[in-house]
Write a protein that binds this ligand. Structure first.
Ligand code: NAD
Length: 356
């Protein structure tokens, strides 16, 4: 096998994985030197924060359950006030990317250690990236301070993730792994994680849709989420993530759903430039046309397959094309304006992906 030269570097993580491992929260906080922790959640998941607080007893300083999408700075300020009052010396984020985003925003401002307990497959817990919004404007920064010191993956906590969110969150995760396969800083170890992460989702999502309480499938999906999150945290992203940022940022399309719709199309666009990645993806999904296979999987599982269904106005496609070309991320196939527009047209109409 011909190996390209590579650099392998990974973030320092402590990962605790397994159903029921949430019970080890107090012990893990102690290992981080935390005596009293502030627990964070969304209003929808306050029950989980309350359960954590009960389990922690005196180690629980307080709960802040106001986490919300896009990490608005005003919410971070509210949480900071609660944090100061509570005299906590550690943070626990219980939930999806929104709650983990708040935990990161607090860790950045206080340098307190953050422990994350993810309950979706988005992967934010594995990255040094923090996206925040102020007066409706989103900014993104990268800092080692926001990286959770410890992550507890407990699939029992994902049983309540609704079916639609489970599927699109899984596709959101797979998108990280797909782009890691052809990233400018790709390496063979990350490619192994990407292949296994995608395989885990392709195998577990249909079983989850059939039975949301299938613990084996939930565990396999969360394992996939960890692997795909590692890809996001350690490899550079390309055209797919750029387009999703444009569609989410400028047209307010929903995050995970947009990833689900776009992933097969961007893969078909890049396919001719990434033979090795396509070979690995074929192994992961068990077919020789992974782009079409991912599209059909999304459709079969009832996920959205068209940008129109997500509320994207047809009149905005030209602007989206122009924005996708601006400050574009490194991408294996050169960014060709007319082909990108044709790809967005197909995605808007919900057609099968094709090499444009
Ligand atoms: P989310 O955190 O917004 O969660 C969506 C809803 O589902 C919330 O109401 C949440 O409380 C609820 N929920 C989560 N887990 C649940 C469960 N197990 N059972 C029942 N309800 C549950 O969604 P998300 O997709 O995880 O995160 C999206 C956000 O994360 C976006 O803002 C995105 O930009 C960000 N993100 C950031 C990074 C990063 O590296 N910085 C990576 C991925 C995503």
């Amino acid at each position: 096998m011909l190996l390209d030269p590579f650099l392998y570097q990974s973030n320092p993580y402590r990962i605790l994985f397994g159903p029921g491992k949430f019970a080890d929260l107090g012990r893990e906080l102690s290992l981080l030197g935390v005596q009293r922790a502030l627990l964070l959640s969304t209003p929808q998941q306050v029950d989980l924060a309350e359960r954590g607080a009960r389990d922690l007893g005196d180690m629980s300083a307080d709960i802040f359950s106001g986490a919300t999408m896009h990490t608005p700075e005003i919410v971070t300020q509210e949480a900071l006030n609660v944090l100061k009052q509570s005299a906590a010396n550690g943070l626990v984020a219980l939930g999806g990317g929104s709650t983990i985003g708040l935990g990161k925003a607090l860790a950045l401002r206080t340098s307190l250690p953050l422990l994350a307990v993810p309950t979706t497959y988005a992967g934010s817990e594995m990255t040094r990236i923090l996206g925040e919004t102020r007066d409706g404007l989103k900014t993104t920064q990268v800092s080692p301070l926001v990286l959770p010191r410890t992550v507890i993956y407990d699939a029992e906590l994902t049983i309540g993730l609704p079916v639609g969110l489970s599927v699109v969150s899984g596709f959101n995760a797979m998108a990280h792994a797909v782009e890691a396969l052809y990233a400018a800083n790709a390496n063979p170890v990350m490619s192994l994680m990407a292949q296994e992460g995608i395989r885990a989702f392709a195998s577990s999502l249909p079983a989850i849709v059939e039975n949301l309480e299938n613990r084996e499938a939930r565990t396999e999906a969360l394992y996939g989420a960890w692997l795909c999150g590692m890809c996001l945290g350690n490899a550079g992203m390309a055209l797919h993530h750029k387009i999703c940022h444009v569609l989410g940022g400028t047209f307010q399309l929903p995050h995970a759903e947009t990833h689900t719709v776009m992933l097969p199309h961007v893969l078909a666009y890049n396919a001719r430039a990434i033979p090795n990645a396509m070979r690995i993806l074929s192994l992961a999904v068990g077919t020789d046309d992974p782009a079409v296979a991912l599209y059909r999987l999304a459709k079969r599982l009832g996920a959205p397959i068209s940008l129109a269904d997500l509320g994207m106005p047809e009149a905005g496609l030209e602007e989206a094309t122009t924005l996708a070309l601006k400050d574009s991320y490194p991408n294996p196939r050169p960014i060709e304006k007319s082909a990108i527009r044709a790809m967005l047209d197909r995605a808007h109409a919900g057609l099968e992906p094709a090499d444009m």
